[in-house]
Design a protein. Structure first.
Length: 138
């Protein structure tokens, strides 16, 4: 289907009128509207081949702040990249994640030892598990 509006900042195409980009707030351009003081059609613009690639705009990075706080705590307690060292049993990360999940489900929002959110610990342990099992294929 032909699209009518395009946001070059987000590389998003819309079929219906929007006063501004739902992602970044920039005004959309008609396919033949003036842009940078010259008339450009979609064919005149640089091509982007993002289909099938990871869409990082789907992630709310502010929500990852508890993860970063937990990682900062761990870097101080152990060492900055200690978590990347050899891990004989990656399931240890899942065990730790489960303890934080259970605490969270029991209504305890913050970890007593670190003072950080259990959700941040849960994310950190999930990340560590993924890191240590990334070589596993489907």
């Amino acid at each position: 289907m032909e699209y009518l509006y395009y946001c070059p900042r987000c590389d998003i195409k819309l079929e219906h009128f929007h006063p501004e980009c739902p992602w970044c707030g920039w005004e959309h351009l008609l396919t033949n509207q003036i842009y940078s003081n010259k008339i450009m059609s979609i064919q005149d613009r640089s091509q982007r081949f993002n289909e099938g690639k990871l869409d990082w705009t789907l992630v709310d990075f502010k929500s990852l702040e508890p993860l970063v706080k937990v990682m900062t705590y761990g870097a101080t307690k152990y060492a900055r990249e200690n978590w990347k060292l050899q891990c004989d049993d990656p399931k240890q990360h899942l065990q730790s994640a489960m303890r934080h999940l259970i605490s969270l489900m029991d209504g305890e929002e913050f970890d007593k030892e670190s003072g950080e959110r259990h959700a941040g610990h849960l994310l950190a342990n999930a990340m560590m598990y993924i890191y240590h099992t990334k070589e596993i294929k489907k």
